[in-house]
Ligand binder design. Structure first.
Ligand code: HEC
Length: 95
């Protein structure tokens, strides 16, 4: 039984590795919480939730990336989609 769960675990890890390598941030919320408070707090982001279009968020995240935000360029679309999907005042950002 124990050996079986180890085998399943190994298979899952091996299957997931290439998916991870193809980008698509698995935890965009966590990335934002880590990478987007280095220069300003979340209030600046919070104010814009529910306001910006998806294209607007892509522009902003791209600008933050060029300022030095520690995110992967490949994750910009996923992060922008995540921000665009959050409602105004979302507790994830606006606590
Ligand atoms: C290297 C410093 C830095 C990091 C890291 C950073 N920002 Fe910013 N951000 C700024 C500065 C400086 C401004 C004000 C000037 C401007 O808007 O370009 C700003 C302004 C903003 C604004 C308000 C202006 C607008 O276009 O709506 C938003 C929203 C924003 N940042 C979101 C983010 C997000 C999301 C992240 C994480 C991906 C992030 N920031 C990471 C420096 C940073």
């Amino acid at each position: 039984m124990f050996r079986n769960s180890v085998a399943v675990f190994v298979v899952v890890v091996v299957l997931c590795a290439p998916v991870k390598a193809l980008a698509q941030d698995a935890d965009p919320g966590g990335t934002l919480r880590r990478a987007c408070v280095e220069c300003h707090d979340f209030r600046r982001i919070c104010r814009n939730l529910g306001e910006k279009s998806l294209a607007g968020w892509e522009k902003t995240v791209t600008r933050m990336y060029s300022k030095g935000a520690k995110i992967d360029a490949a994750d910009i679309p996923a992060l922008a989609r995540h921000l665009h999907g959050l409602e105004s005042g979302s507790g994830e950002i606006c606590k």
